[in-house]
Write a new protein. Structure first.
Length: 297
């Protein structure tokens, strides 16, 4: 069981439900637990497929991973990836109907395309970012356009993680750290832009003064969370400029994955759902503890 948990990077999945929650908040909808579960299943399938695809390289560079160490058979990993993908599609269809299945299908295609080839090309970081963008849009339902700024913010952060992920074995060059820092800054800016979006449509039946207060509170709460996101992610990324060793890069990647949580919470708070944002933030310390017990990079 521990080998399977390592294979699918189980603790890192805590960074996934916030995608669909952020999409729902931006679209003015209630979060759908079924869509959050579908996105987690897709994430786990991508992690299993990633290790199956990298099994020969990992035998040289990361022999401790489940497949090269012999704890998980390659065929079992591939079968698990396919099963989790199927389960994710079925769950999305049950929870989100035809549209949910359509977006989940695009997400599944993007995940498999990344793992089976794109990650080894210059388009790798962008294709990984596209997976997270689709994950956010999955939660938005029919109002996907309203969720685009939040989706791009989460995609920008994912791009930075993917850039760092390519340096986990050899270490980071200075330019690598700079690209990750710029991606985090772009994510914060896009999140702020998403939160500034006028929420008048969702307040159409409220008094003007009440609506204005709601918008101000949402923007203030989101601003605090964006500042927290930057405080969580920037120091470790900036530290790679002077300490670019592989272990430090892996630590930056692990924290970068968890750094999605305050960014997602900011997008959710910007949609006026403070209780949901607070509940999501509670998973951050749990994720840090689990990642210290079980490697996730």
């Amino acid at each position: 069981m521990r080998a399977l948990l390592e294979l699918v990077r189980a603790p890192a999945a805590l960074s996934v439900p916030g995608d669909t929650m952020a999409g729902a908040a931006a679209a003015g909808r209630r979060p759908a637990p079924g869509l959050a579960l579908a996105s987690v299943l897709m994430y786990w399938s991508g992690m299993a497929l990633n290790d199956w695809s990298d099994r020969e390289t990992d035998a040289v560079e990361r022999p401790e991973r489940p497949i090269p160490s012999g704890r998980v058979r390659p065929g079992a990993a591939l079968g698990l990836a396919a099963a989790l993908t199927g389960a994710g599609l079925a769950t999305a269809a049950l929870s989100g109907g035809r549209r949910g299945l359509t977006v989940a299908g695009l997400l599944a295609g993007a995940v498999w395309a990344y793992d089976l080839g794109l990650k080894r090309t210059a388009a790798g970081p962008a294709s990984m970012a596209a997976c997270r963008v689709l994950d956010v849009l999955l939660g938005a339902g029919e109002q996907a356009r309203a969720a685009v700024p939040a989706a791009l913010a989460i995609g920008a952060h994912t791009y930075g993680i993917s850039v760092l992920g390519r340096a986990e074995v050899a270490g980071a060059e200075r330019g690598t750290a700079e690209r990750a820092l710029m991606a985090s800054a772009a994510a914060a800016g896009l999140a702020a832009a998403a939160c500034v979006r006028d929420r008048a449509a969702s307040c159409a039946h409220d008094q003007a003064g009440s609506c204005a207060r709601d918008r101000a509170a949402a923007r203030a709460g989101a601003g605090v969370l964006i500042a927290g996101y930057l405080a969580f992610t920037l120091p470790v990324q900036a530290g790679l400029r002077t300490r670019p060793e592989p272990e430090n890069v892996r630590q930056a990647v692990r924290l970068g994955i968890l750094g999605l949580i305050p960014l997602q919470a900011a997008a959710i708070a910007g949609g006026g759902r403070f209780a949901t944002a607070g509940a999501l933030l509670c998973s951050l310390p749990l994720g840090k503890w689990l990642s210290s017990r079980l490697a996730t990079s």
